[in-house]
Design a binder for this molecule. Structure first.
Ligand SMILES: [Zn+2]
Ligand SMILES: [Zn+2]
Ligand SMILES: [Zn+2]
Length: 515
């Protein structure tokens, strides 16, 4: 077999050197096989033959069980069961005898550019998690559908004029109408009369890059999680003020629960979409209980309160003084979008639409802008990025500011690949709905039961129901690398994945027809 190319160090545990090839099977430029005749065959085909001739059926099963992962984690080891009463040990699984004596495990990434298969699962889970919090399910009562709920978008302030597509009705308006002769200190026109088309690469880029406040924007991105935390703290206080009661009294009556996702705007500023839901305060001893708020709390009230909190909240950022700024307070931008989520009457924002919107960003969070997918280690990498000039300048701003001791607290160097932002893509109140972990556990359990056969009872190594807890399970795994062993293998895995996607699509269409 051809020696696999040396790969980058894997991101897991950092133990053994990964033997990865074929990170992106979608990018293969395959030859026209039908034109090959008697050969000579290209290496990829020879590799595929080799895989096909070596325990292929079991290998295919493993690929399917790993969810058709594009870069599965490779492990060796075994599972043993110990009888708690007698101490007898039986091996229930070993990778010896598996193809390459290896078990393939899904990488589980949420990044679409890393693994199309696993990121689809992540997206699916994000959708179900969000939707359950809107209409019930996954352990949440369906009455949640009647709680006051808002879909809120909070944006960053302006750091300089950028090209925008402005639309009024069906008419596209000029980008930034200004006096034609008016120039900025750098001699550039301050306006732009172009009616920009959708998807134009100039959109979101500054009218004058030298006027644009790159430093200000990366600092804001770095502080955005703090500003969000402050917003969350202030919401109940504003609500207490609105209904004229003490914070303590309010806390005993209602709870505001949320799920929030971050998204980069074209200009490279982070902004947040949040679902804000009003629940009754949970009874003592059951902090995750969800029930409708008591009468007297309305959707209208919640909306007023969200707007008030947006307006009043700020975080003090001493680092701005270091940069010579007189105003050291960071706030939200003036743009706010607040919409009621009512479930799905005509013209209303439906649960599905909101959940799909949030899930869509789950896997594209930092990829749309062409941001680097890992911390910037070498400054030379920045200019080589396949990203717009504006984005590169933002990365540079973060790297340069990140090198200053007085600004170390902002961790701009570490988060330069996030344009300063180092927060999580998705955060939520614990009691909003289920968790990603719980959804994954349910799926694993489902697979376990399916494998157990008709009765759905998983038996231990002595033939007794495993749920009886008569055995202790000991797992011993050794990580040996990730990815497929050859391009031929990766290509076959991606072909199988494509077939599985087709089957799912067909099944869905048949369901639609039957409905
Ligand atoms: Zn994967
Ligand atoms: Zn413009
Ligand atoms: Zn300028």
């Amino acid at each position: 077999m051809r020696e696999p190319k040396p790969g980058r160090k894997p991101g897991i545990g950092g133990t053994a050197a990964g033997r990865i090839v074929a990170e992106d099977p979608a990018s293969y430029e395959l030859p026209d096989f039908s034109a090959l005749g008697e050969g000579p065959y290209p290496p990829i085909l020879l590799e595929a033959f080799e895989r096909a001739g070596d325990n292929f059926a079991r290998w295919g099963e493993q690929v399917a069980h790993a969810g058709y992962c594009c870069r599965p984690i490779r492990i060796k080891g075994h599972v043993e069961q110990v009888d708690r009463a007698t101490g007898e040990v039986r091996t229930t699984y070993t990778t010896k005898g598996e193809p390459d004596d290896t078990l393939l495990v899904a990488c589980g990434t949420r990044r679409a550019s890393k693994c199309r298969s696993c990121s689809t699962w992540y997206q699916w889970d994000a959708f179900h998690l969000v939707r359950a919090g809107l209409q019930g399910g996954k352990g949440l009562d369906a009455s949640v559908v009647d709680h006051p709920k808002l879909f809120v978008t909070l944006t960053a302030p302006s750091f300089g004029a950028v090209h925008v597509r402005r639309v009024k009705g069906s008419k596209v308006l000029p980008c930034r109408p200004r006096d034609k002769d008016k120039r900025c200190p750098h001699g550039r026109p301050v306006g732009c009369s172009v009616r920009h088309a959708e998807g134009e690469p100039t959109l979101g880029t500054p009218i004058c890059p030298d006027c644009f406040d790159y430093d200000g924007q990366v600092v804001w991105n770095a502080m955005a999680p703090k500003l969000w935390a402050r917003f969350r703290t202030y919401l109940p206080r504003e609500l207490a003020a609105a209904v004229g009661m003490s914070h303590k009294r309010l806390d005993a009556l209602v709870k505001i629960r949320m799920v929030k996702v971050g998204e980069y705007q074209r200009r490279g500023a982070i902004h947040f979409h949040a679902i804000v839901r009003l629940d009754a305060a949970p009874p003592e001893g059951d902090p995750n209980a969800v029930a409708p708020p008591p009468p007297g709390f309305s959707l209208g009230q919640l909306e007023v309160v969200v707007r008030a909190a947006r307006e009043s909240v700020y975080v003090e950022c001493a680092e701005l003084a270091v940069l010579g700024r007189t105003d050291t307070r960071l706030r939200w931008g003036g743009e706010i979008d607040v919409r009621a989520i009512r479930g799905g009457g005509p013209g209303e924002l439906s649960n599905e639409a909101v959940a799909a919107y949030v899930a869509k960003y789950a896997t594209k969070f930092s990829e749309a802008l062409g941001l680097p997918q890992r911390p910037v280690e070498d400054d030379d990498d920045i200019d080589a990025l396949e990203a717009p000039e504006h984005v590169k300048r933002l990365v540079w701003a973060a790297v340069v500011l990140g090198g200053r001791d007085e600004l170390a607290g902002l961790k701009l160097r570490e988060h330069a690949h996030g344009l300063g932002f180092g927060g999580h893509f998705l955060t939520k109140s614990r009691a909003y709905s289920t968790t990603m972990g719980a959804l994954r556990r349910v799926r694993r359990e489902h697979v376990r039961r399916q494998l157990a056969g008709d009765q759905g009872v998983v038996l231990d190594a002595w033939g007794r129901p495993e749920d009886d807890g008569l055995v202790e399970i000991r797992k011993s795994w050794r990580y040996t690398g990730w990815g497929y062993l050859s391009h031929g293998e990766a290509w076959m895995a991606s072909t199988a994945a494509a077939r599985a996607r087709e089957r799912r699509q067909l099944a869905r269409e048949e369901l639609d027809c039957a409905a």
